[in-house]
Design a protein around this ligand. Structure first.
Ligand code: IPE
Ligand code: IPE
Ligand code: MG
Length: 225
């Protein structure tokens, strides 16, 4: 399951609060989604937390988002261990602030052997750059003679993506009523079921996640057949 967590800013504006307060409130929904996904046995949960495009926001908002991320990682480690959740990052890791990289590395190392659920945080993530980056690595390997172009199929190509070896999401949720993908998991969502809800991310609770799953269960997936 993958989620585009959107609407924090609008949630805050509707209350006359600064956008930052919306991001803070959004963390509660992150906790709820992680807990509930783990509870019902979702294998992989991928949360879109910061896109490559989000650097275009005012620097104080970007700074706050990075601070909140650090805070989340510090506070959540015990819970991740207790619930046997492994943390992983999708995106351009090196392009994140050094302090954030440090915190992420620590949590990833500590949770490495947890097997109940994989929690992907998409950070400094862009779908097109992910595919471009994979294409460059493939070209390198072909040049070095490690890969034959005639052997390159979809499965082989997908190993060069950030999601290397992971199953594609079956369900993609987007909150806040926007009806777009915003450069998220372009390769991986080719056959994902979409669930769009007008609820703003800070208002999206465990019950809403269950409603999305129930909706998903009613879908008939044909995969073109
Ligand atoms: C989603 O909420 C959080 C991030 C993109 C980090 P937004 O900040 O995009 O909130 P809106 O869309 O402006 O309401
Ligand atoms: C998508 O939301 C990115 C994340 C949720 C991290 P945005 O709010 O950045 O996307 P747009 O601007 O509505 O496309
Ligand atoms: Mg938004």
């Amino acid at each position: 399951m993958a989620i585009i967590m959107d609407g924090n800013g609008r949630w805050a504006r509707a209350r006359g609060l600064p956008r930052v307060m919306g991001h803070r409130a959004g963390i509660k929904s992150v906790r709820a989604a992680v807990e509930q996904a783990r509870e019902v046995g979702i294998g992989v949960l991928t949360l879109y937390a910061f896109s490559v495009e989000n650097w275009k926001r005012p620097s104080d908002e970007v700074g706050t988002l990075m601070r909140l991320l650090n805070e989340y990682l510090r506070r959540e480690l015990l819970n991740l261990m207790k619930n046997e959740i492994r943390l992983n990052v999708l995106g351009d890791f090196q392009g994140l602030p050094e302090q954030v990289q440090g915190h992420l590395s620590q949590v990833m190392a500590k949770t490495r052997d947890n097997k109940k659920m994989l929690l992907n945080l998409a950070l400094n993530y862009g779908g097109r750059s992910e595919i471009l980056n994979a294409a460059k690595q493939v070209a390198e390997q072909v040049k070095e003679g490690k890969l034959k172009l005639s052997n390159l199929d979809e499965l082989t190509f997908s190993r060069f993506l950030y999601t290397n070896g992971q199953p594609d999401p079956d369900l993609l949720i987007r909150t806040s009523g926007e009806q777009r993908i915003s450069n998220f998991l372009l390769w991986q969502i080719s056959y994902a079921e979409l669930y769009l809800t007008p609820k703003l991310w800070p208002d999206f609770g465990k019950g809403d996640l269950m409603e999305a799953l129930r909706d998903y269960q009613r879908r008939e997936r044909r995969f073109g057949a």
